[in-house]
Design a protein around this ligand. Structure first.
Ligand SMILES: Nc1ncnc2c1ncn2[C@@H]1O[C@H](COP(=O)(O)OP(=O)(O)OP(=O)(O)O)[C@@H](O)[C@H]1O
Length: 251
């Protein structure tokens, strides 16, 4: 049984069809990267998967259950979600923001797990700082810690490395990989195709609301897909730490 499955999901925003028959699944133990150009529908797919974007057709199952049969509490218990939006309204200490990811635990337990999660993303030293007094990248780590604070069976992260420095990008992806290696399922949207190929077991490529590839990274990001979807002339070369994309804009 898949931890998450989308079957022929349709969704609209305003008049636009943003998901046009999207099918994909995430199994325990795997990292699935969602890639595609700006506006392809990655955030929409992730938001639909947590029940935050209403479907106009198709079916979504979380842990085998139809998402429409699950209460918000039941959804929150099986999915950790890192939204693309990084705004935090209140200037609370980072540890209190991270603890919000564990609403079902006692305050003390949530705070102690929040400290551990901040440490996991290299932000332990920020635990007692107010989030309004942080850089964008520091705040991004706090929000990731909020998603990691419980060991959810399924983790959905929307562009978790946007705005992070190169070391932090790799740290975050290592953490997501480690969660999957411990048995969670991870769906993560990424723009960096080389990093996506490094971390993911499979890549789902979205283009204009449709899935155009779903395969292991190098097959999914074939020269044809790179050209037609991303407008790149690209080739994969074997680097010391995995595949590297050598690409330029297609002429
Ligand atoms: N509130 C809205 N009303 C109408 N259309 C919207 C709205 N929000 C997003 N869209 C459109 O929905 C489509 C999918 O957007 P989505 O945010 O899912 O794409 P994305 O792949 O995550 O893009 P990005 O890489 O830029 O974050 C885009 O064409 C976008 O213009």
């Amino acid at each position: 049984m898949s931890l998450l499955s989308l079957e022929a999901v349709q969704a609209r925003l305003g008049r636009a069809i943003v998901l046009d028959g999207v099918s994909l699944s995430v199994e325990a133990g795997e990292v699935v990267a969602l890639c595609g150009p700006n506006g392809a529908g990655k955030s929409s797919a992730i938001r639909a998967a947590v029940g935050l974007l209403e479907m106009t057709g198709g079916q979504i199952r979380l842990g085998g259950a139809d998402i429409t049969d699950l209460s918000p509490r039941q959804r929150a218990q099986c999915v950790a979600y890192l939204p693309q939006e990084r705004r935090i309204a209140w200037n609370l200490p980072a540890v209190e923001v991270a603890a919000l990811g564990a609403p079902f635990l006692s305050g003390a337990d949530a705070l102690s797990r929040a400290r551990a999660a901040l440490g996991e993303v290299g932000a332990g030293h920020l635990a007692d700082r107010g989030v309004a007094e942080m850089s964008g990248g520091e705040r991004a780590r706090v929000l990731l810690a909020r998603a990691l604070v419980i060991d959810a069976p399924l983790l959905l992260a929307d562009e978790p490395i946007a705005g992070l420095d190169p070391d932090a990008q790799r740290l975050v992806l290592e953490r997501l990989r480690a969660r999957a290696d411990d048995g969670a399922g991870v769906l993560v949207s990424l723009h960096d195709l080389t990093l996506a190929a490094t971390v993911a077991d499979r890549i789902v490529v979205l283009d204009r609301g449709r899935v155009v590839a779903d395969a292991p990274p190098i097959q999914a990001l074939s020269p044809a897909v790179l050209r037609e979807v991303f407008g790149l002339d690209g080739a994969w070369i074997e680097g010391p730490n995995g595949p590297l994309l050598a690409a330029r804009r297609a002429q």
